[in-house]
Design a protein around this ligand. Structure first.
Ligand SMILES: Cc1cc2nc3c(=O)[nH]c(=O)nc-3n(C[C@H](O)[C@H](O)[C@H](O)COP(=O)(O)O)c2cc1C
Length: 169
């Protein structure tokens, strides 16, 4: 799968099969995050791997918008240091790289951002200075993916030279 095919075919997955993902793919996924770029190469992100059934169920319990995480094979909690004004961009890059690297291995993923922050900090011993950016859940998709992306056409979101100028490529 080339990079563009991965981008084109990747959908957010919230239903996972029971086959667990092996450690090599978990490591590769985290390596993709490690290799992502960050502003000033500050590498302030930190990642917590959660890969036990009990741990994933705990994540689901604490979550408000990602209860589906209980069915994942593993999850990565993404933390950033908000003292860097671009910390959210850095998180987005690391998350996208992880999701694409996993997808290339047939492992689907989904992201959620709703959780009880206090409980997350308590459970995972997250320092007060670190921002909890998102949780990403990974696993083999339960169903064959035939979904089509629902996206705006390029002409609606990209312009030529000036905001609003028609793009004609
Ligand atoms: C910043 C961000 C926050 C998101 N938060 C949640 C969330 O809390 N819960 C959830 O189930 N999905 C969440 N999503 C997933 C989006 O709903 C999903 O990426 C979008 O619907 C496009 O899905 P598709 O790529 O499968 O078409 C989030 C995605 C992004 C990029």
């Amino acid at each position: 799968m080339n990079v563009f095919d991965a981008i084109r075919s990747k959908l957010d997955i919230r239903e996972f099969g029971s086959t667990s993902v092996d450690n090599d793919v978990k490591r590769l996924t985290l390596e993709a995050a490690r290799l992502s770029s960050s502003g000033l190469n500050s590498q302030h992100w930190r990642f917590i791997l959660v890969d036990t059934r009990e741990g994933l169920e705990k994540l689901a319990e604490i979550s408000t918008t990602g209860k589906w995480i209980s069915g994942a094979s593993f999850a990565v909690i993404v933390l950033t240091d908000p003292k860097y004004p671009y910390h959210d961009i850095d998180a987005g890059r690391a998350i996208a790289y992880m999701q694409l690297a996993a997808w290339e291995k047939g492992v689907g993923s989904g992201i959620y951002t709703g959780f009880n922050e206090e409980k997350m900090r308590q459970e995972y011993k997250i320092p007060a200075n670190m921002h909890i950016s998102a949780v990403v859940g990974f696993g083999y998709p339960r169903k064959k993916i035939i979904g089509k992306k629902s996206r705006l056409p390029l002409t609606e979101i990209a312009y030529h030279m000036r905001y609003g100028n028609k793009l004609d490529l």
